[in-house]
Design a protein around this ligand. Structure first.
Ligand SMILES: NC(=O)c1ccc[n+]([C@@H]2O[C@H](COP(=O)([O-])OP(=O)(O)OC[C@H]3O[C@@H](n4cnc5c(N)ncnc54)[C@H](O)[C@@H]3O)[C@@H](O)[C@H]2O)c1
Length: 276
């Protein structure tokens, strides 16, 4: 089989949530570039319109739907609309996510009372779990529902994080169980949906320069800690996620399901942070 055939996604119907910026935008770009039909969902209407126009200019026509992933009726309607316009749904990137605020350690390893458990704002906990875990569940549920109905299989890809696998004091506490939950949900659904030829996998990034945390990673000083911990001595550019996205969306990964594909410059291999 040629490489082109292996990685072919031409004509596939793809949905990406949280696609106005960052990793979601990169997923949408590579899918559009490779000839898929792509709809981008995002809550940020202005940025979504800009991104849709830019991708359409560079890679061919894509569509945008403004929707908050926590709005279940809105997501139901969006998936129905996409299925009607794109002839079903083959690939879902359940990606939208938010930062979790400060951790209990600063990047320099000092204690940060604001991020300690007894000071956590419960509304903030609810928001992070709501967007980063519950909405991923709901997006995957809609993908599975459409794919089962169609009976032609599919690929569901959740953006988890290396945060799923260890404890990290500089990341806000609610983010960690949310991502662990996403990674475990992927395993659970892979087991359930395999009989319908629906594959379910997680992409687990380390530090990428995106808009998350107010674009913190774009700030040279803020990213020093991550550069220190990375075996490759750097953080990643957004485009570097694209090959993994294409791999999981295409037939190249036809026997891959329930996997956690880590892309982190080896950051996860570093010894645990010192905690005072
Ligand atoms: N950037 C990293 O270093 C990194 C590392 C590991 C995991 N991740 C994960 O990658 C995913 C994408 O994050 P990113 O880094 O590209 O961030 P980003 O802020 O650049 O992009 C996230 C997008 O999601 C959208 N969004 C946020 N809340 C939404 C909602 N309720 N409904 C619809 N859209 C919403 C935002 O408007 C934005 O366009 C997230 O799940 C994040 O946790 C990022």
């Amino acid at each position: 089989m040629s490489l082109e055939t292996m990685f072919n996604v031409t004509g596939k119907s793809v949905v990406v949530t949280g696609a106005a910026y960052g990793l979601g935008r990169a997923y949408a770009e590579i899918m559009a570039q490779q000839g898929a039909q792509v709809t981008l969902i995002d809550v940020n209407a202005d940025q979504l319109a800009k991104t849709v126009a830019e991708i359409t200019d560079r890679f061919g026509k894509v569509h945008g739907i403004v929707c908050d992933v926590t709005d279940r009726a809105g997501m139901d309607a969006a998936f129905d609309e996409i299925a009607a316009h794109q002839g079903g749904i083959d690939v879902v990137f359940a990606n939208a996510g938010v930062d979790a605020g400060p951790g209990f350690l600063t990047p320099e390893g000092r204690r940060n009372p604001e991020g300690e458990i007894d000071n956590l704002d419960d509304a903030h906990w609810d928001k992070v779990i709501g967007v980063n875990l519950t909405s991923i569940y709901y997006t995957m549920k809609l993908g599975a529902r459409h794919m089962k109905r169609q009976g032609r299989g599919g690929s569901i890809i959740a953006t988890s994080s290396i945060a799923a696998f260890y404890a990290d004091g500089i990341v806000g506490t609610p983010y960690m169980p949310a991502k662990a939950g996403v990674s475990h949900l992927v395993r659970q659904l892979a087991m359930e949906l395999g009989r319908y030829k629906i594959r379910v996998n997680a992409i687990c990034p380390g530090p990428f320069i995106t808009n998350i945390a107010g674009g913190r990673m774009a700030n040279v000083e803020d990213r020093q800690a991550f550069i220190r911990w990375s075996c490759l001595g750097r953080v990643a550019e957004t485009d570097e996620i694209k090959p993994m996205a294409l791999y999981l969306a295409s037939g190249a990964s036809d026997y891959v399901t329930g996997s956690q594909l880590v892309i982190d410059g080896g950051l996860i291999l570093r010894p645990a942070q010192e905690v005072d």
